[in-house]
Design a protein around this ligand. Structure first.
Ligand code: SF4
Length: 299
């Protein structure tokens, strides 16, 4: 198997692009795909400071690495979720990456700011841990981006994440979540008082598969957390990913077609304002966006 670009020995095959790459050309391919998404989708400009949400996993650390390699002013944000040893190990990986790259990192400890971690928040609110965790992460990302004056927040969601989430939303006809599936979610002011609101959120890896990001991380010796969060066991999203992987094996390109076609053709018909998050207001106490009358932190 030869590299499509330089004819050297290929180390990775990407069936859906009918391509294979050597390590150097693969790295170039990943950087180009991210750069293309950033420019073509108007995510941010070269001089814009970007806050990158980094969990310590392969996708977010690889995204941070790619953005730094492309010369962007990318600062990491790690939210320490307070999920025992898993959270400690995730934070350590993130801190090690930042110090090896000389990159700026903001670490936000939930236990210091709220006095509790995800397990207690889930218990007190009687919600499944992942649901409580998702809400508190979105809340913290937005709050810290605003506090430090960032106008854009990048996350490491890849093609597999988005396609699996979309499959779940379609299977359960969860129209209300479709507007969050875009690669760019525009900043929005509070619809009632015009103040504060949501910072712009972008997903520069939305055209890249999980397998490609794992390969990028391994080839570039990015030391990421391999163990899964203890709460991930039995998560539905893993089942959807498995189903899509099976389809992808039989028909390469299925995941990409499914996600990108629905994104382009179907969602805008259902929701003409797609790309803007809907159904939110500012919390009366903290001013953070919320879907009810009190923000996640205040609840
Ligand atoms: Fe949070 Fe669930 Fe992910 Fe664990 S698996 S980090 S609880 S969303």
């Amino acid at each position: 198997m030869k590299c499509r670009r330089c004819r050297a020995k290929a180390v990775i095959k990407i069936e859906r692009h009918h391509s294979a790459f050597c390590k150097a050309c693969f790295n170039e391919h990943i950087l180009k795909q991210v750069e293309r998404a950033v420019k073509k989708d108007g995510m941010f400009d070269r001089d814009d400071p970007v806050l990158v949400a980094v969990s310590g996993g392969k996708d977010s650390l690889a995204l941070w690495d790619v953005l730094l390699n492309l010369g962007h002013r990318a600062t990491g944000l790690h939210v320490a979720l307070g999920i025992g040893g898993y959270s400690d190990a995730s934070r350590e990986k993130t801190e090690r990456f930042a110090s090896a790259r000389g990159a700026k990192l903001i670490v936000h400890h939930l236990r210091e700011s709220l006095g509790v971690g995800v397990p207690e928040i889930a218990e007190k609110s009687s919600r499944p841990p992942c649901s409580a965790c998702g809400t508190i992460k979105r809340y913290s990302f937005n709050q810290i981006a605003r506090q430090y004056g960032f106008s854009v927040l990048a996350t490491g969601h890849n093609l597999d994440d988005e396609a699996a989430r979309l499959l779940g939303n379609v299977l359960h006809w969860q129209e209300e979540y479709l507007d969050k599936q875009f690669a760019v979610l525009q900043a929005a002011r509070d619809p009632v008082n015009g103040r504060g609101g949501l910072v712009k959120k972008v997903k520069p890896l939305y055209r890249l598969a999980e397998r490609e990001m794992a390969a990028y991380a391994v080839m570039n010796r990015i030391d990421y957390i391999v163990e899964e969060c203890p709460n991930a066991k039995g998560a539905k999203i893993l089942v959807y990913k498995e189903a899509l992987n099976r389809l992808e094996e039989e028909a390469p390109g299925t995941k990409q077609n499914f996600y990108l076609s629905i994104l382009k053709r179907w969602i805008p018909r259902l929701k003409p304002d797609s790309g803007v998050e809907e159904n939110w207001q500012s919390c009366r106490q903290c001013g953070q966006p919320t879907s009810t009358n009190a923000g996640a932190g205040c609840r």
